[in-house]
Write a protein that binds this ligand. Structure first.
Ligand SMILES: Cc1ncc(COP(=O)(O)O)c(C=O)c1O
Length: 355
């Protein structure tokens, strides 16, 4: 049976990447060592890190005015590390509250700064960036590009201003082109679109470095990590290799514009199968995510049966976020269109039998 995983994390990997990693684990090039055994101080790992950074810069067309940090701790650690690193002498930070993950970011930031909620929406819609009531005296303005648990995604970005924009792109990082120069900081965990858990990418505009409050742990101090090329301490070496393989695959398959096209096509197929009667999608069409497709059955009593029958057909990890319920299909970069086709076909069959 073919297995299709729609997990919110970790995501599937492209078949080519999985195969390459299998041989990397057996032996890394001519080193005589497994990729898991490479010292982080050695030339081999330095080359892998440089390749990952090079391909990331190429994909995003990232100017030299930005540093790329390869960190640990997940996006969740960044929720506290952003104010610790960016506040400088300021007090306030603007936050857009748009769903589950932005609320988590806000809760973690509160002990470190005076959080101003500049927009707050219920679960159903997103406040257009052009209408945010942004402050002039904030250290930064934070938002979450894709609300993974709620199935919502911003389809436009805020303009740059004197207050740097900071984005949690964990769920939709590298799934579409991004106007990077509008952002002060972009951060994302790797386990959704960039390979394996354990790595967090932080892209930070260089003029924002050096503002960390005293006492910020060295592995989490952006300036120190930028200076040390992400080697203040041992980086997650294998997760960096997986990211390097994923970045190479993304470039080979046409870059971010092609990724966006694939992701839109996959999600459009799935939304078309959510007919509004047997299956319902709570997110309004303009705010629907191309990456996190959340829906419900008309009778919640059928949820468990849907999940069990899907699993029996190899369609795995479709349960919605525990805080929200329902069904969720995560369609990250490596989820193939044939997986979506298999899900759509199962949904139609399930509806015919249970509708
Ligand atoms: C938008 C968003 N931010 C943050 C996180 C948390 O990431 P991590 O578990 O790597 O800390 C998630 C996880 O699903 C997410 O979807």
């Amino acid at each position: 049976m073919t297995i299709h995983s729609f997990a919110s994390a970790s995501s599937m990997l492209p078949r080519d990447v999985r195969a390459a990693l299998g041989s990397d684990v057996a032996v890394w090039q001519n080193s005589g060592l497994s990729a898991l055994e490479l010292p982080f101080t050695g030339k081999e790992f330095a080359d892998i890190l440089a390749l990952a950074e090079h391909d990331l810069r190429a994909l995003l067309d990232l100017p030299d005015t930005y540093s790329v940090l390869f960190l640990q701790g997940g996006a969740s650690a960044q929720f506290s590390l952003l104010p610790m690193n960016l506040l400088g002498g300021l007090k306030h930070c603007d936050y857009v509250e748009s769903g589950h993950w932005s609320r988590r970011a806000i809760a973690e930031a509160r002990p470190w700064c005076d959080v101003r909620i500049i927009e707050s929406r219920d679960e159903g819609s997103l406040p257009p960036p052009g209408e945010w009531d942004r402050s002039h005296d904030a250290a930064y303005c934070h938002f979450t590009t894709n609300e993974t648990a709620n199935g919502l995604q911003f389809h436009s970005y805020p303009e740059a201003s004197d207050v740097p924009v900071v984005a949690d792109m964990t769920a939709d990082f590298l799934t579409r082109p991004v106007p990077v120069e509008r952002f002060g900081v972009i951060y994302a965990s790797a386990q959704k679109n960039l390979g394996a858990a354990g790595l967090t990418i932080v892209i930070v505009r260089r003029d924002l470095l050096g503002r960390a409050r005293s006492g910020t742990p060295a592995p989490f101090d952006y300036a120190r990590q930028a200076e040390a090329k992400s080697k203040v301490n041992t980086p997650p070496t294998f997760a960096v290799l997986v990211a390097a393989r994923m970045l190479g695959w993304l470039r080979k398959t046409g870059g971010l514009a092609a990724a966006e096209e694939r992701n839109k096509r996959k999600s459009a197929k799935l939304y078309a199968a959510i007919d509004g009667e047997f299956y319902r999608c709570p997110a309004p069409p303009p705010h629907r995510s191309s990456i996190s497709v959340c829906f419900r059955l008309h009778d919640p009593a059928l949820d468990l049966m849907f999940l069990e029958e899907a699993q029996a057909r190899g369609l795995l990890h479709l349960r919605g976020h525990p805080a929200i319920g329902g069904i969720r299909a995560s369609l990250y970069n490596a989820v193939e269109e044939r997986s979506v086709d298999a899900l759509v076909s199962f949904m139609s069959d399930f509806k015919r039998r249970r509708g």
